[in-house]
Design a protein around this ligand. Structure first.
Ligand SMILES: [Fe+2]
Ligand SMILES: [Fe+2]
Length: 278
């Protein structure tokens, strides 16, 4: 089985679907695209786990041009791009009869069928840089700070999801593995919320592949210590922006995220202890 290609395709699908879920306007379609994104994330991790169990090498690269296919002008075009993505995946499973791939095939075939019922016809404004947040008045300074924050943080969250997922499948210490799973899912939530705000303001930016040295052959204890710092920095960035933002809802949202970042530090600390004691 070609694990690297299978993983790369699941990875690209996850990125396409999670970004697409904030690009369309219709609530039901957004919700379903987000569900599919979460399944594509799980598909990716399952195949990664299988690859590790079979000692097959892989990395977390993806093809930027492939994910950039979602940068279209109309919602109905976007749905066609996503259907094409699932079709590419299904073609890749051909001739394979094995539990994980059978599950992926079954899921993708159903998602494809479900997508035929999506009724969308709006224009996509997620990339048009209009820089207004519907229903919220922001002064120029807060707006600039928010746009900068969203661009930086969506990428950082993507990077963390990728690294935590890679670490999760490469550790056999249960406490650490669970911590990485929780951290990855919290980061997916953060990514989704930040990408949603960015899309509403027309400043959505797609991620770039991560340099291998960020996750391959890293000393895990060193990495965890550094990441505790990173999580504390994420907390600080949220607090700094919350101070600048005049809007109460946005401020409360940022404070809520900042407290989650504090807990991320705690989860990493627990993973660190577990690894030290193993
Ligand atoms: Fe976060
Ligand atoms: Fe975090």
């Amino acid at each position: 089985m070609d694990y690297p290609t299978l993983i790369k395709k699941q990875h690209e699908s996850f990125i396409k679907f999670i970004y697409a879920s904030v690009m369309v306007k219709e609530e039901d379609v957004r919700h379903k695209l987000n569900d599919i994104a979460l399944f594509k994330y799980r598909h990716m991790v399952w195949v990664m786990q299988d690859a590790v169990n079979k000692n097959a090498k892989f990395n977390m690269d993806f093809d930027y041009d492939e994910i950039a296919k979602i940068k279209v002008k109309e919602e109905d075009e976007l749905i066609e791009v996503l259907k094409d993505d699932l079709n590419q995946n299904i073609a890749l499973y051909e001739g394979i009869d094995e539990p994980t791939i059978n599950r992926l095939r079954s899921d993708d075939e159903f998602f494809l069928e479900e997508m035929n019922f999506f009724d969308v016809e709006g224009e996509i404004t997620a990339f048009d840089e209009h820089k207004e947040l519907p229903g919220i008045e922001l002064d120029e300074e807060s707006k600039t700070a928010l746009v900068f924050f969203l661009m930086e943080e969506t990428f950082k969250e993507y990077e963390l999801i990728t690294i935590y997922s890679y670490l999760k499948v490469h550790t056999n210490i249960a406490v650490a593995s669970c911590a990485f799973t929780d951290l990855a899912y919290d980061s997916i939530y953060h990514l989704k919320r930040f990408a949603d705000l960015a899309a509403q303001m027309g400043v959505l930016t797609l991620p770039r592949p991560i340099p291998h040295e960020k996750y391959e052959n890293i000393g895990i204890v060193e990495f965890l210590k550094e990441n505790i710092e990173e999580e504390m920095d994420a907390e600080k960035q949220c607090l700094i922006l919350a101070e600048k933002i005049g809007d109460k809802y946005l401020k409360d949202f940022l404070l809520f995220i900042s407290r989650q970042e504090v807990y991320h530090g705690e989860l990493l600390q627990r993973a660190l202890e577990a690894l030290k004691n193993s």
